[in-house]
Write a protein that binds this ligand. Sequence first.
Ligand code: ADP
Ligand code: MG
Length: 419
Amino acid sequence: MFQMMTGMINNIFFIIFPIVLYQMFAPAGKRNFFVSHRVTLTVLFSVSILLCMFFPYQFLTDDYIFDLRQVPMIVGALYGGPLVSAILFIVSALGRMVIGGDGMYIAILNQLLLAMGVPLLRPFYMRINRAGKVGFVFLITFLSFFFNLIAGYFLFGDPIHDLIDIWLLLMLNQGAITALAALLIEHILRQEYMLNSLMKHEKLETVSHFAASVSHELRNPLQSVKGFLQLMQEQEYSREKRLEFQGTMLEEIEAADQLINDYLLFAKPVQKQLEVLKVESEVEQVLKVMKPYAHWGKVEIRLAEFHGSAKILADKQKLHQALINIIRNGIEAMPDGGTLDIAIKERKNEVSIKVKDAGNGMTKEEIQRLGEPYFSTKSKGTGLGMMVTYSIIRQMGGEIQVSSEKGKGTSFTLSFPLV
Ligand code: ADP
Ligand code: MG
């Protein structure tokens, strides 16, 4: 009994380990089982299949040597689809041939049926709720065992005894563990979904928060165009004068157009894409979007000169979102206005962006709580900005350093590995 338990626990560990490893090492926001990292996951699942097969356990009596290889096969097929399923089948079939012995053909046939059948059920599986999913994996397990039982009886004349005390228990055993693995994956997927929707929500909040300052900023060029038009209505001007007015009006309209473009570019929904980006031009783009808001808050943004062409690998929109959150906090930390200093520095193999304000600063406790969801000291704050920023920067393999003194100001330094 004791041996059976340890054997079983080993098998469960073999199954859980790829999922836990994935949860630990895949970047937050991207743990979408087999959508990205398909190859890594297929390799990990193959390893667990082989481990399960080579370290089987006795189930209740000496007659039944059992292992849980079907669990990664079923879960892999459900989440990974036909291709992953085919590869997992090949791995398990080869493994089974190495082990040999009687029952080999039934086992391989059974695995083949699983590997072909389960991916067909995937679209249905993806649509049902969690309770449905648990029932569903039990059903697959049941069918697979049923096949073994029947095939054994007809092909080899294996008696169908031990029906309740062994087969049913085995089935429940494997069904429960498959359900456990599926639930674990569902849990991780749900967490990722929540994190991603929080990011979207936080971005929308920023976009709508900027709306007032952007429309305020748009009013200037409109007023100026209106003024010129009125002037030209009041009296006749020389052709030269008229051309001059029209030139200025065109410039104003272009500035307004550009402002709207920058704003909309930032407001656009997030598309996940990694690309090589030039740090300086990204910072400049962000500053354009921030300009109306800074202006509105009587803050002057100064970008120190940078002579370099540091490039990093990042998701453009996310990088912008992170920078905007930090710059926005800097502006908001100076309610009476002031200057915000931004400097880019390139070192051996990394580049840093420093954002320094002369605002109200933070205590040690506040610095420690930075990035905690819903931690905010502002009456209308969401406390999501820094949480999102931290997860974005971590996703990109970057780091954030904070130094702050209450009443003096704060500086945030983001550093990223260079490409
Ligand atoms: P919110 O801006 O909605 O409050 P954030 O997650 O962006 O949420 O920031 C959390 C908290 O961290 C802020 O409420 C503020 O207390 C503190 N904080 C962040 N940046 C600064 C800064 N530059 N200066 C002072 N305090 C800051
Ligand atoms: Mg904020």
